[in-house]
Design a protein around this ligand. Structure first.
Ligand code: KPL
Length: 290
């Protein structure tokens, strides 16, 4: 199979090296056009990847691990250069977009993961082994058959992969975990594990309750206590990590706060209920990030 990995951050790089490891043909689509191969170091080996931009002529599986704020632009670019039949588009990003249901292509799939990875210069480190879930992005396809070949290759490359007809449930859980950890690491300027030294449980509980209300409004059932407990487990399991949001702030990049707590605040208001705890975190991180 031909794969085009879009985004050379931690997740994209991790998937690229693992797809290559299981014998797949992998190219990378960097943000800006570069004619040179890209090198990724993994487990002390240097791997070279050719770069490719759209349009694509041969059937290709696209694995896009991009920032939430790049998703709409990328999907628009794809719309301008439709993919050949037998291609699929697998998306992996933090948070949610307000207009998601209107911009998801027919054959799009969401890939949600608990694997931990980070990039240091050209090197990608698989810091924590987790598992992943794959499911159709468009609700009307939720119960359609899984794309067996794509599923098997992804499962082989980075196990364990689960097929999920209810991928939105997973995405909401992940959204909640990120909303309950990432902004707090920015406000306290600390590693995930250092959050245990700060008294944030009451605030997290309110953030979680607001998320549960919105999720319920959209037909997804979550439990606030369980979310806060899961966040605590993730904090302990990733204690030495800097959250992706804190890294973005430190490197003066745009954060994904608009697509996490910002998404919850905006969507709740639109549904008729304020979400003050999420709104406060949204604005505080925006202030600190500018
Ligand atoms: O996904 C993460 C992130 O940093 O974005 C967590 C789970 C918080 C781990 O750092």
């Amino acid at each position: 199979m031909h794969w085009l990995v879009v985004g050379t951050g931690a997740v994209g790089s991790l998937m690229a090296v693992n797809l290559r490891r299981v014998g797949e043909h992998v190219s990378l689509k960097p943000r800006s056009a570069t004619p040179h191969p890209i090198e990724i170091i993994h487990e002390a080996h240097t791997l070279q990847f050719n770069t490719q931009q759209l349009p694509i002529n041969a059937p290709t599986q696209i694995f896009a691990a991009v920032k939430a704020y790049d998703v709409a632009t990328f999907l628009e670019e794809l719309k301008q250069s439709p993919l050949p039949d037998d291609s699929s588009i697998i998306l992996s990003y933090n948070g949610m977009l307000d207009n998601e249901s209107t911009i998801m292509p027919e054959r799009a799939l969401h890939w949600v993961t608990t694997h931990g990875a980070y990039r240091h210069n050209n090197e990608v480190v698989h810091a924590g082994v987790g598992e992943s879930w794959l499911g159709w992005a468009r609700v009307e396809h939720a119960s359609s058959r899984r794309p067996t070949e794509v599923f098997n290759v992804l499962n082989n490359a980075l196990p364990l992969l689960n097929w999920s007809p209810a991928i939105d449930q997973r995405r909401w859980q992940k959204l909640a975990i990120n909303c309950l950890i990432n902004p707090f690491t920015v406000l306290h300027n600390c590693r995930n594990g250092e959050l245990l030294q700060h008294d944030i449980t009451a605030q997290q509980q309110q953030v979680a309750e607001e998320i549960c209300w919105l999720a319920e409004h959209k037909g997804i059932r979550l439990h606030a206590e369980t979310l806060v407990e899961s966040a605590l487990t993730v904090i302990k399991n990733t204690a030495r990590n800097y959250s992706s949001m804190l890294v973005d702030v430190q490197q003066q990049r745009r954060t994904e706060i608009d697509f996490l707590n910002g998404f919850v605040a905006r969507q709740s208001l639109q549904a008729g209920k304020a979400a003050p705890a999420n709104e406060l975190l949204w604005h505080r991180v925006q202030e600190l990030a500018n």
